[in-house]
Design a protein around this ligand. Structure first.
Ligand code: UD1
Length: 421
């Protein structure tokens, strides 16, 4: 079992390179299922455990893959006969596997998918995915621990209004609708950059989707799609995580090629808290402040403040002077990391979906357990700014979303090691 061990690392300085987006590559890999002609070549893929799980899911469906790790490139061939069942042991490891359901049922007329696992941040139902697919004429049978989806005679376009702009449901329905007969309109669709990247890929494949980046997507179905080459967009959450690390003390970090437009609400928060953010030709540079100001933040679907940056920003709030609030509007159980931060001296109170954090905290090193992917990153950032030694356990969560996080931090000057216990 690996652990991360950090000893007081209060000064980080330098440049950091960001990987391709985890949340973009997963649906893009699922979309390769739709390519009945030609191979798909996906570049800038992040070598994360979630990526490898999705690769295995595709292989289990009889797609052929060839990964070139040194080039961060994967070639996927979906031109052969596909099978229909994504196996339990893979899907339960990663909730995002559910996005193979839409493309698989659209391409083959039948899909059998286990119910998804992943980070334990709330109930995370998939009702919106299923309702949307049903509207396209898919017959869903829910067997408890697996779901069957049937569309023997193909899918039919329809109007679908999402009750909530779910990222996964938008992706699943969008991919299915590309091969439906007629026009599908998805309203209240998610607008995340990862959705835009998926639409760019699908349109290159021959899909007809308009409205990307807005809450109304109109899809005119086509009879088949082709494999094409696509470069995955930058990971805005990894970029944001390094921005948060840069905002503390006398740190000074340039996040190479970071995309400003993808991180506006976070940048706004960092500036209001007193960090200095500058936009340079080759990236975004964040310089820290020893006297961060308290702030109230609430998470929202994109373009609001992202839930995936919530736990990292709670560390800044703990370090800042005065009381800050964090309201979580997207997931109902995403404050588990606060109990761990409490072991490091953070004083907080939870009221429903809001926590009140009393700063400024003198963080003390402790042994803590990552409780989900972004919690892992927040505990490491806290450890960098704590006195004494911090040990972070449960790195399987970190590995889902951060490639060589300890190495990137150590290159910036952190006293951090990853050890096998
Ligand atoms: C994706 C991201 C995740 C991010 C989240 C919100 C991936 C692989 N993961 O997750 O990192 O935190 O978006 O930005 O891209 N919901 C329902 N019914 C559904 C679907 C969702 O009630 O059918 C609820 C969820 O329980 C949750 C909220 O909607 O409370 C948001 O979920 P969703 O946008 O679907 O997130 P994911 O696609 O799972």
């Amino acid at each position: 079992m690996d652990q991360i061990v950090i000893n007081d690392s209060s000064h980080l300085k330098g440049q950091v390179k960001i990987e391709g987006s985890k949340n973009a590559v997963l649906p893009i890999l699922a979309a390769t299922i739709l390519a009945s002609n030609d191979q798909s070549v996906i570049t800038n893929v992040p070598l994360l455990s979630d990526f490898y799980i999705m690769k295995s899911v595709l292989e289990s469906l009889n797609l052929k893959t060839q990964l070139n790790e040194s080039k961060n490139e994967i070639v996927v061939d979906a031109t052969g006969e596909l099978t229909h069942e994504a196996p339990f042991e893979l899907v339960t490891k990663m909730r995002a596997s559910i996005v193979v359901m839409g493309p698989l049922v659209a391409r083959t007329g039948y899909a059998k998918i286990s119910l998804p696992g992943g980070c334990a941040i709330g109930e995370r139902p998939i009702d919106l995915h299923l309702k949307g697919l049903e509207k396209l004429g898919v017959k869903i049978e829910d067997h408890g621990d697996f779901i069957e989806a049937f569309a023997k005679n193909g899918l039919i376009g329809n109007n679908i209004n999402l009750d909530f702009p779910s990222v996964g449901a938008t992706q699943n329905i969008l991919m299915a609708a590309t091969l439906a007969d007629g026009i599908t309109v998805i309203s209240n669709a998610a607008k995340e950059p990862e959705i835009i990247d998926l639409i760019n890929f699908l349109n290159k494949m021959g899909a007809k989707i308009i409205g990307k980046g807005t809450s109304t997507l109109t899809i005119t179905g086509v009879s088949s799609l082709l494999g094409v080459t696509h470069n995955v967009v930058q990971d805005r959450i990894e970029a944001g995580t390094f921005m948060v690390a840069g905002a503390i003390g006398n740190n000074d970090i340039k996040i190479l090629d970071a995309i400003k437009e993808h991180n506006e609400p976070l940048i706004d928060v960092l500036i209001k808290m007193g960090a200095s953010v500058s936009f340079e030709e080759d990236g975004i540079r964040v310089k820290g402040n020893y006297e961060l100001k308290s702030i109230n933040v609430e998470t929202e679907p994109y373009p609001g403040f992202p839930t995936d940056m919530q736990s990292q920003v709670t560390v800044l709030q703990a370090l800042s002077d005065g009381q800050s609030q964090m309201k979580e509007n997207v997931f109902e159980n995403r404050f588990m990391h606060m109990q761990e931060l409490n072991k490091m001296g953070v004083n907080f109170r939870q009221e429903g979906n809001t926590i009140k954090i009393n700063g400024s905290t003198h963080l003390k090193g402790a042994e803590v357990d990552a409780t989900d992917l972004r919690a892992a990153a927040s505990l490491i950032i806290a450890g960098l700014n704590a006195s004494g030694k911090t040990v972070v356990n449960n790195l399987k969560y970190l590995d889902r979303g951060y490639f060589k996080f300890h190495k990137k931090l150590s290159d910036l000057g952190a006293n951090i090691q990853r050890i096998s216990k």
